[in-house]
Design a protein around this ligand. Structure first.
Ligand SMILES: NC(=O)C1=CN([C@@H]2O[C@H](COP(=O)(O)OP(=O)(O)OC[C@H]3O[C@@H](n4cnc5c(N)ncnc54)[C@H](OP(=O)(O)O)[C@@H]3O)[C@@H](O)[C@H]2O)C=CC1
Ligand SMILES: CC(=O)N[C@@H](CCC(=O)OP(=O)(O)O)C(=O)O
Length: 349
């Protein structure tokens, strides 16, 4: 059994990890980490664990956990993980960080967008960007994973086949994405309270969201050219889900592809990917990926404007956080990739 620990286990992403890891057939959950609920049973924090686990939340350091764990999941606010992880710890166990500290390869970009100092600069090169469908080979050998952001997972998977095949004008990408409110975490801030965010769709951090450089980094790597894009996030009054509408101008090569050709190209690109579903007769809808690790994608061509529109949908807490983190763990420990995360959505919910 793989001994797994979670730090930040009572936040939304951490709780999703607890829920999934308790049912993972190859995992023993050795620590449910929390500072604010230290000493309290997890079932008192989240009553869904009544009769499921008697485990008590404990405030343990990453250093302490590295002595008893094969893998530690960090579900902490950005800036915290890099203060906790070091080379000695990585000699003892693997780390999967759900936050942003180990995603960006350029320290200046990290500082610029996150406004904090990075506490483990010597680990940035070693860290692997854990987007499983694109970095599986490196993930297999990795000791430290920067698990991708929720908006970024959906956006990169939506655009990767076009960028890799050089079918669009590289600086024409516009992503308009929507997130459920759990994307903001369980921190009780005013804008995320029911009366503040219900009955409204709210664009925020327009032209300034920190997932922009993460998407640019990965698409630039994939296309082997520098890509700059526009990313606009929107808060929508639902619990879970990311929907990304991605627009780009087809270049001279791309223009020769019909919608059918592009759908076939997407099918080929993701042909071995269990968790990617390319849709033909409908448009992805967050409802059908909720509570699952699936990413649904559809490609449309607007011939009048010569633009391609790719629509993606994922569950922010599942494929966008905990599910993908476990997918990474499965790859790192040579387990079948879907172990413990092969769920389909509840319906109706
Ligand atoms: N929510 C989402 O959809 C997604 C989240 N992520 C990332 O995952 C991480 C966790 O997000 P999420 O679960 O939403 O956030 P939450 O705010 O819900 O949870 C974060 C948890 O971290 C702990 N924590 C807070 N501050 C500190 C600190 N200074 N030191 C140690 N522990 C701290 C808290 O628990 P306690 O105080 O009890 O220890 C808290 O419950 C973030 O980096 C987020 O960006 C990534 C993708 C999607
Ligand atoms: C709705 C909402 O507020 N979403 C969060 C997404 C944060 C998140 O998940 O952060 P990382 O993916 O970078 O870890 C935001 O826009 O800041």
């Amino acid at each position: 059994m793989i001994k797994a620990a979670i730090v930040g286990a009572t936040g939304y992403a951490g709780q999703e990890l607890v829920r999934l890891l308790l049912r993972h057939p190859d995992v023993e959950l050795v620590s449910i980490g929390s500072r604010s609920y230290d000493g309290q049973p997890m079932k008192d924090v989240y009553p869904l664990y009544e009769h499921i686990t008697e485990d008590i939340c404990k405030n343990r350091t990453v250093e302490e956990l590295s002595e008893i764990s094969d893998v530690i999941f960090l579900a902490l606010p950005h800036g915290v993980a890099s203060q906790e992880v070091n080379k000695d710890i990585l000699d003892k166990c693997k780390i999967i960080d759900l936050g942003a500290d180990f995603r960006l390869k350029d320290l200046a970009i990290y500082k610029d967008w996150y406004k904090v100092d990075h506490g483990a600069q010597d680990l940035i090169e070693e860290a692997v960007y854990g987007l499983c469908e694109l970095h599986r080979k490196e993930i297999k050998k990795a000791r430290l994973i920067g698990n991708p952001g929720c908006y970024t997972t959906c956006s990169i998977l939506s655009l990767a086949p076009l960028v890799k095949n050089h079918l669009i004008e590289e600086n024409s990408i516009i992503i308009d994405a929507k997130s459920g409110v759990t994307g903001a975490g369980r921190n009780g801030q005013l804008p995320y309270m029911f009366c503040e965010c219900t009955e409204s769709v709210k664009p925020y951090k327009v032209g300034a969201h920190r997932h922009t450089p993460e998407i640019e980094q990965e698409l630039s790597l994939l296309g082997n050219e520098e890509i700059k894009l526009i990313f606009t996030p929107n808060l929508v009054p639902m619990n879970r889900g990311i929907s990304a509408n991605c627009y780009a101008t087809l270049n001279d090569v791309g223009k020769q592809y019909t919608e059918e050709d592009l759908t076939t190209l997407y099918r080929d690109f993701y042909k071995d990917e269990y968790f990617i579903r390319i849709l033909e007769s409908r448009i992805p809808d967050t409802k059908w990926v909720k509570g699952s690790n699936y990413c649904d994608l559809a490609v449309k061509v607007d011939q009048r404007t010569n633009r391609v529109i790719v629509i993606g949908a994922i569950d922010n807490l599942f494929k966008g956080a905990a599910g993908q983190a476990i997918q990474n763990m499965n790859i790192m420990f040579d387990l079948p990739e879907k172990t413990g995360i092969d769920l389909i959505t509840d319906y109706p919910v």
